[in-house]
Design a protein around this ligand. Sequence first.
Ligand code: FAD
Length: 450
Amino acid sequence: MPTIKVIGAGLAGCEAAYAAARLGVSVELYEMKPNKKTPAHRYDGLAELVCSNSLRSMQVYNAVGLLKEELVRFGSLIMEAARATAVPAGTALAVDRKRFSDYVTDKIKRHPLITLHEGVEITEIPTDGVTVVASGPLTSDALAEAILRTIGKETLYFYDAAAPIVDASGIDFEVAYYASRYGKGEGEDYVNCPMTKEQYDAFYDALIHAEEAKLHEFDTDQGGKEPRVFEGCMPVEVMARRGYDTLLFGPLKPVGLPDPKTGKEPYAVVQLRAENAERTMYNLVGFQTHLTFPEQRRVFRMIPGLAEAEFLRYGVMHRNTYLSSPGLLTESYSLAENENVFFAGQMTGVEGYVESAGSGLVAGVCAARRALGEEKLSFPHETMLGAMAHYVSHGTATAFQPMNANFGIIPPLEKKVKGGKAARNDAYAARALAAAESFAEIIFEKKQDI
Ligand SMILES: Cc1cc2nc3c(=O)[nH]c(=O)nc-3n(C[C@H](O)[C@H](O)[C@H](O)COP(=O)(O)OP(=O)(O)OC[C@H]3O[C@@H](n4cnc5c(N)ncnc54)[C@H](O)[C@@H]3O)c2cc1C
């Protein structure tokens, strides 16, 4: 019988193993717990939620809500477990984390096509057959080194120091303007948000007093006080605290960026850089941050032009082993140069529990099809699952940053929808679910219901 190996029985690995087994492929699943645990894992069971117990919104007009609905259409184990172990959480899907892990562990252990090898740390990428590497953001050192040897130094990151990303449609162009410094580069690559001295003063004061997120011990040096980051990735609030002028000579310097409305350089300028070729998303240049998400929303919305901005992802700083996936991975999550080796989960550059499970499902299906000698298929780009796979494999390779599910990565609707953002997102969701249902029928027509 065709067999695949899966390394890591977290959210992505369990979903990949289960999806492949449902397609009739035998799976050897390796997990280093309980013998060895990453600094964030505590529980012996599989698919452990390392931090929050929330899988976020259930509403389908919310991007992660849509992703969950798609996963249900594809028979996701993680969604089945989440629904079976849900606890009341309003419009969010939160779970009892122990029951959730136990549910997944039990299903995996009882599946006749899955063999679980617990307590086994994999230290080399297998060279025979088809393998899915799903060892997560805290991949063990030995395996991380093996990955480095396979794919090369420039392609594996160990820290995520990301600036927030906003939806282009929320930027106020009555205030903001397109321009590259000294007129170099493409016209719409940069959006500039000009500040007067008064606006800068208010912003500066809010920034240096804003609340920072709690640090995990293993993300820190000096006994848990300072984030362990490279100088080039210094949080914007830390830079600001070095002095009133530091940002004015750093990421907020206005030189070479005259405002077309006045012809003069503003007192300060926040630059936004296009995050994708379609220019539907922009990141705040130099705004790596460790502020809490509500504080990012409050303080960064003080930036002129961003008062109504929608944050597609917030800035984060934490330890995170992930690949520079664009060009390195295909839309099936396999290496472009070795299509027998697949990656799944947070390490591919998707961000979040549900996103990790989603990439696991796609990788599991694609790996199983390869083991079965079946035709290679891409998940439809209209679906959040397909859009994430496309983003990861085709996003900007320079300074590639992990990404949550969001509507900015889905191809625009064919027709404009009236009724604002909610109506637009409903239309995205309806199109995505129709595509997911048709595709699930193709994929699982030979499904093994066990
Ligand atoms: C500290 C921290 C907090 C986070 N909090 C949240 C949050 O609150 N909400 C959210 O949505 N996302 C959060 N994330 C991001 C991410 O969604 C989770 O890390 C998620 O668990 C990733 O799923 P995964 O399957 O890729 O990795 P994991 O769930 O970490 O699974 C990887 C598995 O591989 C095993 N493993 C590692 N190396 C080896 C090896 N060499 N051999 C065998 N097994 C191995 C590990 O033991 C683990 O069981 C957090 C990440 C971190 C690091």
